[in-house]
Ligand binder design. Sequence first.
Ligand code: PYC
Length: 318
Amino acid sequence: MALPTDRIELSVIDSHTGGEPTRTIIGGGPDLKGESVAEQIADFRAHYDWVRTALTHEPRGYEAMVGALLLHPDNSDAVARVVFFNNVGYIGMCGHGTIGVAATLAYLGKISPGEHLLETISGDVLFTLHEDNRVSLVNVPSYRYRQSVPVQTQSFGEVTGDIAYGGNWFYLCSDHGQEISMDNLAQLQQCSREIREAIDAAGIGGADGGIIDHIELMGPPRREDADAANYVYCPGGQYDRSPCGTGTSAKLACLAADGKLAEGDTWRQESVTGSLFEGSYQQQGDKILPRIMGEAFITAETKVVIDPIDPLTFGFRH
Ligand code: PYC
């Protein structure tokens, strides 16, 4: 990949959804080749991956940063096409990011309260901007693939978990013995990392070779208005500050499969930081269609300068 030799400027808007950041490129981004989102992501990866690293890595970004590149939609009914990326690559579907993009489009005056369509690599996502600034989205069909799968970790013994799809692949574990709390982040991270390593070492995957790259540790809620708390370990080793839209969808799929949540009833998912998403589902054959509701706030409107005279301009990781 050739790096640019000229100074580049990008317009970005930062938001957070329940504490999890979304950095949306609204101007100056690469004009990607290809018709489909998949072809455009391939072009992004091959020729413009430096945009991803410059925005998500230090010194401009940090490990939890999720980026969103807005593109022209193919469907004239859609408000935009979006490509999500993070500190290690490109993401299938992103619930908190969809809510962040919706808040950004509202901030820019491009959408009003009502229903809107967003094109993503996982398909069209319908979201609703509500009058009170909250955003709900209908996620992709989600399902539990395997139940009670044991794995042997190095320092936390054997744990069991369900494997479920919610737009990304998740291993959802409740018998980890860890408190879901900000005071326990180091242990939560190590436990999740070891589960991920054990899953990989055992060759356990999702359907059609899907990689289980998100670990969701479940526990009792601290908020009185929540049903459960989670800690979601993401592919780049960071944790989701929000309850994770795709992770909440995977949890809904497990609850539905266990007969523990009826169609249309509300599940309130608390994150490790204490933020909340509401989820419900509609049955669709042997899968569910999750609906996730959350809120995002704008934190910055920035001109990003990428200047090749700066040796760290494309970012660094540790
Ligand atoms: O909200 O779906 C989500 C998500 C995935 C990774 C980070 N957030």
